[in-house]
Design a protein around this ligand. Sequence first.
Ligand SMILES: [Zn+2]
Length: 348
Amino acid sequence: MLLRICRPTQKIIQIFLKCIKNQNYIRFISLTPVLFPRPFDDSTAKEATIAESRFYLPSLKEASDVRNTILQRSMHSFLERFDMGSLKILTLPAGESNLMYLIIDVQTNEAAVVDPFDVTLVLKYIKKMPNLKLSTILTTHFHYQHSGGNKKLLQLTKNIPEVYGSQSRIPALTRRIHDNDIITFGNSTIKCISTPFHTSGDMCYFVESPNKDIRALFTGDTLYQAGCGKVIEGSYYDLHKALYKKLAKLPDDTLIFGGHENTVENLLFAMKVDPENYHIQRRLNWAETRRSAKYSTIPSTLMEEKLWNPYLRVHTPSIKTITKENDNVRALNKLKDMEDLYMKGELV
Ligand SMILES: [Zn+2]
C-alpha cells in the first residue's frame, strides 16, 4: 500500500526495506492521505544519503480534533509528527507562519515545547496523551510570537515546567541559560547554543536522543530552511559567527527545525542569487507542492542547508560572484541587503 502511494523507484524500495529492518530510520507521519511528491531524487550518491531519512506514512487516526482545530482556524499548516524511535517531534502551527515544536522523550514520556505561542493548540495535543509530563519550555528569543505563550502555559499546566531562555526579558523565565549549558531532558540531552544577531539573546537548542543517533536543532529566528533571520540587535560579524563558527560545525545529519514556515519564499530568493544551483530548484518544486496541500516543509538537514541555503554558501564561487565580495562577513551583509530589495520587488 505504502509503496503504491509513494510510486517508488528501485532505490526507494531498497531504502524502504532497510527501514523495516532498522528502526533507526525516520518515519514521517502526516494526518491526511494525500499523494506525496517524492521529496528528493536519487541522481547522486550524496542525495541518496539525504534521502534515506525520508518516509511519508499518511495516517488519519491521530489527533483528528487537533487537525480540525487547525482547519477551523485556517492555520497555515497541518500538524505533523516525526517518529524517530527514542524521540518524537511534533510540529504545530501558530500565528501567520510560526512553528511550535513538542519534543517527546519516548522512554520517559517527558515532553519539552519550543516557543509555545499558541497555548490552546499545544494543550489540546498534550491532553490527548495523559501520561505525558511537560517538564520543559524552551524559548529561542523574546519576540512576542515566540515567547508570548510562556506565562499562560505555565498557569495552565499542572506539573509546573521550567521555562528556559537566555534573557530576563523572556516572560515567565524560571531558568536562565548560557552558551554550552546542558539541559537534562528525560534520557535525552539539550545543549544550549548562543547565536545572538537577530536579538542579543538568541538561543538555539540542540537535542540528542539517548543513544545519540537522532540530532535535532531548534533555531527560532536564526537559521531557517534556505534562509536566516534578520540582523536586528547584533552585527553581521555576529551573524557570521553564529552560522559558520557554531551551527555549521554541528553534525551534517542534524535536523533543522526553524521558527517559521517560510521555505518557499526563501528558496525563491535563493534561486535569484544562485540560479545555477540545481538543489534549489529541486527543493523549491518539492516545497511548493507540499505547501499547496498545507503541509510543512520542515525539517531539512544541515547537510542540505549547505547545498541550498545562500547564507551558508557565501564562500562558494556562485555567491561570491553575485555579492562581489571575498570577505564572508561583508558578503552576508550584501546578501541581506539584496534580500530586502527582493522583498520590495526592487532587486534587478
Ligand atoms: Zn524574532
